[in-house]
Design a binder for this molecule. Sequence first.
Ligand code: PLP
Length: 385
Amino acid sequence: MLHDAMWDDEFPHDPTICYLNHAAVAPWPKRAADAVSSFARENIHQGARDYPRWIQLEHRLRGQLQSLLNAPGKGDIALVKNTSEALSLVAMGLDWTEGDEVLISDQEFPSNRIPWQALEGRGVTVRQVNLDASDPEAALIAAMGPATRLLSISSVQYASGLRMDLERLGRACRERNILFCVDAIQSLGALPFDVQAIDCDFAMADGHKWLLGPEGLGVFYCRREARDRLKLTQFGWHMVEAMGDYDREDWTPASTARRFEPGSPNTLAQHALSASLELLLEVGIQRIQEALQQRTAYLLQSISSIPGARILSPSAPERRAGIVTFTISGCPNAWLFQQLKDGGIVCAERGGGIRWSPHFYTSQQVLDNALAILRNALQHYNRSR
Ligand SMILES: Cc1ncc(COP(=O)(O)O)c(C=O)c1O
């Protein structure tokens, strides 16, 4: 029912494993591994002789990311090490005044909290807004005041899987002249994402979750008009306008987002990520979203029918993405997590529960196996009490 055999060749997984951890670190598709192998072979035999081809691949990758984010141009895309780096570029780059306020939520991953808290020594206040209300956007909007300079929010919360209405938040920020920053790591590659529709100033994500790429290569979108507002904090040969003119003494930062890329790029990861994105774009983000909705709906329904199960993730389709987090009353999460792990389920213990995160290609068989392992573990627990 939930199986699209079309992508099986790309994910030749060990059949003893149920991989439900795309919200943490995802497996690579076969074509990403192939791209890395052939890049390694090229390096052994020819070194960087064909560097111009590598540069072409980098352009291609920027184009793929532009398309995933619907950024106006390739020049709006910077390639960074990770989400945390991009968030730090924004936090350390803006010109803060004592008394300024940054709004975040109380569910953020530390990457979207620590860079803002690092500004507290400069007199900036960080307010963590509680998202438990039935209308979390209204809570964030109500918290916006005259001192609020920036709202930084995850598009999908990493533990609960709560998906935010980014268009509504973007509108509220624009009306109040508040900068809008979106940590998109839990939705890019899982859901459509459109920086123009949500009207954000900054968006960032790493490649190793829903984008199915390796760790250590991420994307940073910076709205053109916001680019000059970020004081640069990293410098090198690669971020200047006249890149490659090594004899030139005078320099200016690149007019494009390349100004955020100080030195040599991560060409190895670029090969892998570009191959992974090729697959995602081939499948189509709309189709990926639909496949994920089906899989999360199936898990929500099946887990809810287990006695004692409590779902910690939202159930409304517009409120969820690829994350289903749950607990079983009376059964300690740490014990259950260990049992699931021993049974072959790769998942995570997050937000006071067990977090399962399939992707578009996850088969019905994998979901059913995982559910059977969960039921067995609970039977074992109930018998032993
Ligand atoms: C919402 C969110 N932001 C950021 C990160 C980590 O980002 P990075 O390692 O790319 O800095 C995670 C990882 O779990 C996350 O869930």
